[in-house]
Design a protein around this ligand. Structure first.
Ligand code: 13P
Length: 287
């Protein structure tokens, strides 16, 4: 059964570790992430961007697939199905479709409008027992058409949004979706610290988990980050393993062209990436 992310993140914040949000794209992704979470006894959040939701034939298809897999694979660890960088309309659709958690990304609106829309969605989510993530300070880079300027959040605005009763808060602190450029300045820990001092028990979310060095991840967790989003790194691992399989000519041997064989190495590579992240984030054994 899908659960809200509230309890797992409250525990993570208190226990000084983070729960990974891994974005899904298809059946292989979802299976790899759920199996790894179960093997490692880790709570997990499955992230679905609006683009990925469309690709997978809509939110109700995603809910059906994830619920089916939780049953058929005997998954016992807490799993939240979460809309990633949702629009106001997308958030409402996911609530109706049976997601257990949503992100409303109002970071591109003026703060007054972000507050107004977030507030309305907080009310709906509270009524239905869903968790809700809000964002202040757009995350840099591009993810599925959502483009952010890489702003650094204003801690006072973070406090205003946190006070609306959201479950978790994403704040831009110099993090970027996708690969980091060689001249990246790193995370603004001074700003993160200010935000955590103002928002207290609120679990903070670090987007753009791909390519952030381990020491920065650990420091971010020590400063109140309890949810870390990873997307691109699983895609890169999957693509590299699939490339190796094809370049080795394995698709031409016997029934190597069978999609269940063709996609097996890539799927194993996603599992290895998820395992590495769960170990780094400290969520292993916390389910
Ligand atoms: P990456 O693709 O950089 O890992 O970012 C994922 C993310 O933040 C999803 O919202």
């Amino acid at each position: 059964m899908l659960v809200s992310a509230k309890e797992m993140l409250t525990k993570a914040k208190a226990g000084k570790y983070a729960v990974g949000q891994f974005n899904i794209n298809n059946l292989e992704w979802t299976k790899a992430i759920l199996q790894t979470a179960e093997e490692l006894k880790s709570p997990v959040i499955l992230g679905v961007s609006e683009g990925a939701g469309k690709y997978m034939c809509g939110y109700t298809t995603v809910v059906g697939m994830v619920n089916g897999m939780i049953n058929e694979l005997g998954i016992t660890v807490p799993v939240a199905l979460h809309l990633d960088h949702g629009s106001y309309e997308g958030a409402k659709k996911c609530i109706e479709a049976g997601f257990s958690s949503i992100m409303f990304d109002g970071s591109h609106y003026p703060i007054e409008e972000n507050i107004e829309k977030t507030k309305e969605l907080v009310g709906i989510c509270n009524e239905r027992g869903l968790s809700i993530e809000a964002e202040v300070g757009a995350i840099g880079g591009e993810e599925d058409g959502v483009i952010g300027g890489g702003e650094v959040a204003d801690p006072n605005e973070c406090k205003m949004i946190a006070d609306l009763g959201v479950t978790m808060l994403a704040a831009g602190i110099g993090n970027i979706h996708g690969k980091y450029p060689a001249n990246w300045a790193g995370l603004r820990f001074d700003v993160l610290d200010e935000i955590q001092k103002l928002t207290g028990a609120m679990p903070l979310v670090l987007h753009g988990g791909t390519g952030i060095p381990a020491d920065m991840i650990k420091k971010a967790i020590s400063l109140g980050v309890s949810k870390i989003n990873v997307n691109t790194e699983c895609q890169l691992a999957f693509a590299a393993a699939t490339r190796r399989y094809i370049e080795a000519g394995k698709d031409l041997e016997g029934k190597g062209f069978d999609p269940r064989k063709l996609l097996a190495d890539g799927t194993a590579a996603i599992k290895a990436t998820v395992k590495e992240k769960m170990e780094l984030f400290g969520s292993v054994g916390k389910a």
